[in-house]
Design a protein around this ligand. Sequence first.
Ligand code: NDP
Length: 246
Amino acid sequence: MSGITGKVVAITGASSGIGEATARLLAERGAVVALGARRTERLDAIAGELRDRGAGVITCRTDVTRRADLDELVARTVAEFGRIDVLVGNAGISKIGLMAEGDVDAWSAMIDVNLRGVLHGIAAAMPAFRRQGAGHFVTTVSTAGLKITPTMAVYGGLKNAVRTILEGLRQESTDGVIRTTAVSPGYVRTELADSIDDAGVREQIRRSMAELAIAPEAVARTIAFAIEQPDDVEIGEIVIRPARQD
Ligand code: NDP
């Protein structure tokens, strides 16, 4: 099935930022969407708006650090809409800081959400994708894995781990059943900096965002571009950054 109309897309981290913008754009373009995140009141508000415009939407409280939550997101999507065509693994946090701080708790939290959370989604959706004979993993990684800057070593390293995993998955899926897309955004105007614990680093990132960041809708359009391709076309990687980002 090519195009977006009628596609069934589950999105993690759909309660704000890139995930929310992606849900809105895909729904507007005729997809049915399953929205996962922890802040269910936000999901319900977004879902209400989309339903008012005629879209098919469900919400599912999803903490990606819990494997069972991803299983439930996929199961409820399939139960409601009959299948799942795309999983957008987008949930993420950015507890960045200098390595010298030795903040093992922050590193662990990022491992749990940004790496383990993606793996939970892959494990949850893979059986359905294989059963259906088609499925697409679209995952939000980052330019922080392409240009390594101070404070972003662990965050960028985990995003690169996800890129590597998606490429490995692609190599194992040359029968054409599974497609993978890694979307690497640069600075995007979202709530991501809120998850930074270090006040100095948080302010620095907020300043960079205020100066440079692009709208989450720009990333949503690149995700839509990957999803709307014909079945035999795979957009493996997309880098989308502010034109003035170094
Ligand atoms: P936001 O903070 O606006 O969105 C993050 C989303 O992730 C929220 O919906 C949040 O929902 C969700 N989330 C966080 N923790 C969990 C969890 N444990 N389980 C489920 N959902 C969770 O930031 P962005 O939109 O910017 O972030 C989206 C993705 O884009 C992330 O992976 C981020 O790393 C990546 N990215 C962002 C960039 C930027 O500059 N903004 C640049 C490059 C990549 P809730 O709290 O309701 O659970």
